[in-house]
Design a protein around this ligand. Structure first.
Ligand SMILES: CCCCCCCCCCCCCCC/C=C/C(=O)SCCNC(=O)CCNC(=O)[C@H](O)C(C)(C)COP(=O)(O)OP(=O)(O)OC[C@H]1O[C@@H](n2cnc3c(N)ncnc32)[C@H](O)[C@@H]1OP(=O)(O)O
Ligand SMILES: Cc1cc2nc3c(=O)[nH]c(=O)nc-3n(C[C@H](O)[C@H](O)[C@H](O)COP(=O)(O)OP(=O)(O)OC[C@H]3O[C@@H](n4cnc5c(N)ncnc54)[C@H](O)[C@@H]3O)c2cc1C
Length: 672
C-alpha cells in the first residue's frame, strides 16, 4: 500500500517535494498521536465544518474589536451547538468537542469557555444526585450558562484567605452570600463578565459563627430572561488581556445575597437544616474541578505547541533566505542547522506533551470513578502529577512557541502568523489553575514525603518508585553501542533522584540546627521547585519511551524514536549542569550527546513536514497565513494585509487632524 503523504492538487511544489520524502504514512502517525478512532473523527469533523459556512469566521478576528469578537464567537458557538449532532459522533466526548471548537471558534474564548471545562466538571464531581438533576442536566442541555468563580481580587493562590462569606441562616434555611471588602470581589472567572447566568462560587462556610473553610455554592447571578444581574449582585468585565480577548473574564460581588441551603454542592461535604456539618472524605475533594482542568491542559498545551511548530516548520520550507554555498541559490531556511535546532526540539516536546496528556487523563478518569465510590487514595498522586506537569509543560510550551515565532523572522511577529494569539492563550496557562511556581512547590511537598517513605524502604506511589533504586556514580552514555538510549533515560532519573535527595537532606540539616520546618522550606524553596521540575522532566521522557515502545508499525516507531532520541539529547543538554555537578557525566559524554543531537537533526529534516502534517490541524483551525497547508504564503500575506482596517481609505482622519497642521506650520516657519 502506498504511504499517505497528504499531497493535494494546487499545493506549492516545494512542499509536495518535501512531503514525498516522508518515510512513514502521516495518517498512521496521526493515529499514534491521537488514537486511531479520534484521528478518524477529527478528519471527518474538519471536512464537515468546511462545508458549514455558518461556522466560518465572518472575518479575521485580528481585525475585530473586543465586542465584535464576543459577538462573533457567541454566534458561532450557538451555530456549533445547533449542528453538533450532524458533526460529531459523540457530543459527550471532550476531545471531539474540543476539536470542533478549535475549528469553528478558535482559542480566543467564547461564552461557554468555562461552562464545559469547570462548571460542569464541578457539578459532576461535587453535586449530589438531586443537585445533578437540578443543574447538571440543564447545564448539559444549554438551558443555562455557568462559570467557576473562585479567585478574588486579593487572593488567587492562597485559597484559605478567600474572603467571600456563605453564612448559614437556620431560620430561613438559606445561605447569605456576601462580599465584605473590595479585595473579596471575585475576579477573573471566564465568561462571567457578560455571558454567564450561573456560577459555582467558592465561599467560606460559616455556621453559628464558626468557619469551616471554603466550599462551593451554586449561585444564579443573572435573570434567565432579561439577563440583568439579580438583586444584590454586581457583575462586569475586567477589561482587555494579553490575549484570549473573546472571553469576558469578569468581576462579581454579593451584597447579602440569599440562596437556599441546598445550593451548597453536597456530594461530599454537607450541611443539614439544623446547621450540622458533615466533613468530606478528603479535605481537598472540593478542588476536583481544578485538577480536572490541570489534567486537560497538558494535552491542550501540547496542541498549542504543535500548532506553532506546524506553522514555523511549514513556513521554513517555503521561505528562502541566503545561500549556504555561494552561487548555488538561496536555501530553504529549514536547511540551516540553527533553524532545525530551534524547531525540531519543540516539535518533539509537542509530541510528548500530547502523549503525557493522554496518560494523565486516564489517571484522572480512574480517580474520578474512585471518588464516586468515596475512595480517594490516588487523589494526592494525581494532584502531585498534574501540578508538576501543568507547570513544566506550560513553561516549556511558551518558551518553545517563542522559538517558533522568532524562527519565522518578521512575519512571525505579525498576527497573520497565528502564533501571537495561541502564544498569548498558552502563556495564560502558566498562571491559571495554579501559578506555576506554587504548583511546583505542591509537587515538591509530595516528593519530600516520598523521600521519608523511601528511607523506610517503602514507596509513596508508582510515580516515585525510582527513588528506591540505588544511584549510579557514572553515566554509560557513549560507553554502550551507538543507538542505545537506555543510559540517557537513566541520566534523567539520576539527576531527578539526586536533586530530590539533596534538597531533602538540606532541609533535614536546617531543621537539625533548630530551624522551623516552614523557614527551612523557605530557605530551600528554589531548590525544591528545581527538584519538582527535574522529576517532571523525567516523567515526560519516560512517557515518551513508553509510547515509542508501544508502537507496532516499524516505520512509525522509527520516526517517533528519532524524535524521542532528539528529545533526550536536547533536554539533557538543557539540564546538563545537574549531571556535571557530581561528575555523573564527563565532558566527552556531553560532546557525544551534542554530536548525536546534530546527527538527529539531519535525520529528522526529510520527515519534518510530515511530522507536522501528522497533527492534521486544518487550515481553519490553525488560522495562520504562514502555516497554510498548501504553502501559498506570500500572495495570501498580501491579501491579509489588505484587510487591515487602516486600509479602508488612503488618507485617515488623523492625518488631517494632527500631522498635516503640524507639517504645514513647520513649513511656514521654515519659509520665514
Ligand atoms: C481550560 C481547560 C483547558 C485549557 C486549554 C483549552 C483552550 C482554551 C484556553 C483558555 C482556557 C482558559 C480557562 C481557564 C480557566 C481557569 C480557571 C482557574 O484558574 S480557576 C482557579 C484556579 N485556582 C487555583 O488553581 C488556586 C491554586 N491554589 C491551590 O490549589 C491551593 O491553594 C494550594 C494547593 C496551593 C494550597 O491549598 P490549601 O488548601 O491552602 O493547602 P493546605 O496547605 O491546606 O494543604 C496542602 C495539602 O493539600 C494537598 N492538596 C492541595 N490541593 C490538592 C488537590 N487538588 N488534591 C489533593 N490534595 C491536594 C497538598 O498536597 C497538601 O498535602 P500535604 O499532605 O499536607 O502535603
Ligand atoms: C486567563 C485566566 C483565566 C482565569 N480564569 C479563572 C476562572 O475561570 N476562575 C477563577 O476562579 N480564576 C480564574 N483565573 C485566576 C487564576 O486562577 C489565578 O490568577 C491564579 O490561580 C494565580 O493566583 P494569583 O493571581 O492570586 O497570583 P499570586 O498568588 O498573587 O501570584 C503572584 C506571585 O506570587 C507568587 N506566590 C504566591 N503564593 C506563593 C507561595 N505560597 N509560595 C511562593 N510563591 C508564591 C507566585 O509564584 C507569583 O510569582 C484565571 C486567570 C487567568 C490569567
Amino acid at each position: 500500500m502506498p504511504l499517505n503523504k497528504e499531497i493535494q492538487p494546487g499545493d506549492n511544489d516545494e512542499l509536495t517535494r518535501e512531503r514525498l520524502q516522508a518515510t512513514f504514512d502521516t495518517q498512521q502517525m496521526a493515529a499514534a498521536l491521537w488514537g486511531s478512532d479520534l484521528a478518524r473523527k477529527r478528519r471527518e469533523l474538519a471536512k464537515k465544518v468546511d462545508k458549514l459556512t455558518v461556522l466560518h469566521d465572518s472575518k479575521d478576528m485580528s481585525f475585530m474589536t473586543r465586542e465584535e469578537k464576543l459577538s462573533e464567537n457567541a454566534r458561532k458557538v450557538v451555530q456549533m451547538f445547533a449542528h453538533v449532532a450532524d458533526i460529531v459522533e459523540d457530543p459527550s466526548d471532550d476531545a471531539e468537542m474540543f476539536h470542533l471548537s478549535s475549528n469553528a471558534i478558535g482559542h480566543e474564548g467564547h461564552p461557554f469557555g468555562v461552562h464545559f471545562v469547570m462548571f460542569i466538571p464541578a457539578l459532576k464531581a461535587q453535586a449530589d444526585d438531586e443537585q445533578r438533576e437540578k443543574w447538571l442536566m440543564p447545564a448539559l442541555g444549554l438551558q443555562l450558562i455557568g462559570t467557576y468563580a473562585q479567585t478574588e481580587l486579593g487572593h488567587g493562590t492562597n485559597l484559605r484567605a478567600l474572603e467571600t462569606m456563605a453564612t448559614f441562616d437556620k431560620a430561613t434555611d438559606e445561605f447569605v452570600i456576601h462580599t465584605p471588602t473590595v479585595t473579596a470581589l471575585k475576579w477573573w472567572p471566564g465568561s462571567l463578565g457578560k455571558s454567564s447566568n450561573h456560577a459555582v462560587v467558592s465561599a467560606n462556610l460559616i455556621i453559628d459563627g464558626k468557619s469551616y473553610g471554603h466550599h462551593n455554592f451554586m449561585v444564579q447571578i443573572r435573570d434567565e430572561n432579561t439577563h440583568k444581574p439579580l438583586k444584590g449582585i454586581t457583575v462586569g468585565d475586567i477589561g482587555p488581556k494579553m490575549a484570549y480577548n473573546a472571553s469576558d473574564n469578569g468581576f462579581l460581588g454579593f451584597d447579602h445575597h440569599r440562596i437556599p441551603r441546598r445550593n451548597m454542592l453536597m456530594r461530599h461535604a454537607k450541611v443539614d437544616k439544623n446547621g450540622v456539618y458533615t466533613k468530606p472524605p478528603h479535605a481537598k475533594i472540593g478542588y476536583s474541578a481544578m485538577v480536572h482542568v490541570r489534567s486537560v491542559m497538558i494535552g491542550h498545551q501540547g496542541m498549542f505547541l504543535g500548532s506553532a511548530s506546524t506553522i514555523a516548520i511549514r513556513y521554513s520550507l517555503v521561505r528562502r533566505q541566503g545561500e549556504i554555498k555561494e552561487g548555488s541559490g538561496e536555501v530553504k531556511i529549514l536547511d540551516y542547522q540553527t533553524q532545525q535546532h530551534r524547531l525540531f526540539p519543540q516539535l518533539a516536546r509537542a509530541y510528548v506533551f500530547m502523549f503525557a496528556g493522554k496518560e494523565v487523563r486516564e489517571l484522572y478518569q480512574k480517580v474520578l470513578s474512585d471518588m464516586e465510590k468515596g475512595e480517594t487514595t490516588l487523589l494526592a498522586d494525581l494532584h502531585a502529577l498534574t501540578s508538576g506537569l501543568k507547570s513544566v509543560v506550560t513553561h516549556l510550551c511558551v518558551a518553545g512557541m517563542e522559538q517558533c515565532r522568532m524562527a519565522c523572522g518578521g512575519h512571525g511577529y505579525s498576527r497573520a502568523s497565528g502564533i501571537p494569539e495561541i502564544w498569548g492563550v498558552a502563556v495564560g496557562g502558566c498562571t491559571y489553575e495554579g501559578e506555576n511556581m506554587v504548583m511546583l512547590l505542591q509537587l515538591a511537598r509530595y516528593l519530600m514525603k516520598a523521600v521519608k517513605e523511601t528511607k523506610k524502604g517503602k514507596s509513596l506511589g508508582r510515580l516515585v518508585d525510582y527513588l528506591l533504586l540505588p544511584q549510579d556514580r557514572h553515566s554509560l552514555i557513549g560507553r554502550v553501542p551507538q543507538g542505545e538510549y537506555g543510559p540517557h533515560l537513566a541520566a534523567f532519573e539520576h539527576i531527578a533522584r539526586r536533586q530530590i535527595f539533596k534538597v531533602a537532606d538540606e532541609l533535614t540539616k536546617l531543621q537539625d540546627k533548630g530551624m522551623s520546618k516552614e523557614i527551612a522550606w523557605q530557605k530551600k524553596a528554589v531548590e525544591l521547585q528545581r527538584a519538582a521540575r527535574l522529576h517532571t522532566r523525567f516523567y515526560l521522557a519516560a512517557c515518551f519511551h513508553r509510547k515509542v515502545q508501544s508502537v507496532v508499525d516499524g516505520r512509525i516507531r522509527e520516526a517517533l524514536a528519532d524524535l524521542y532520541h532528539l528529545h533526550l539529547n536536547y533536554e539533557l543538554l538543557d539540564m546538563v549542569n545537574y549531571a556535571l555537578e557530581d561528575a555523573y557525566l564527563k565532558a566527552d559524554q556531553v560532546d557525544f550527546i551534542r554530536e548525536d543531537m546534530y546527527r538527529l537533526l539531519e535525520t529528522i529534516r526529510p520527515n519534518a513536514i510530515s511530522l507536522v502534517d501528522a497533527f492534521e490541524f486544518s487550515d481553519r483551525e490553525l488560522r495562520s497565513v504562514l502555516g497554510r497547508r498548501d504553502g501559498h504564503v506570500y500572495e495570501n500575506l498580501y491579501k491579509w494585509a489588505k484587510e487591515s482596517e487602516l486600509n479602508r481609505a488612503d488618507v485617515l482622519p488623523y492625518f488631517d487632524k494632527y500631522l498635516k497642521p503640524m507639517m504645514l506650520a513647520a513649513r511656514q516657519r521654515s519659509n520665514i
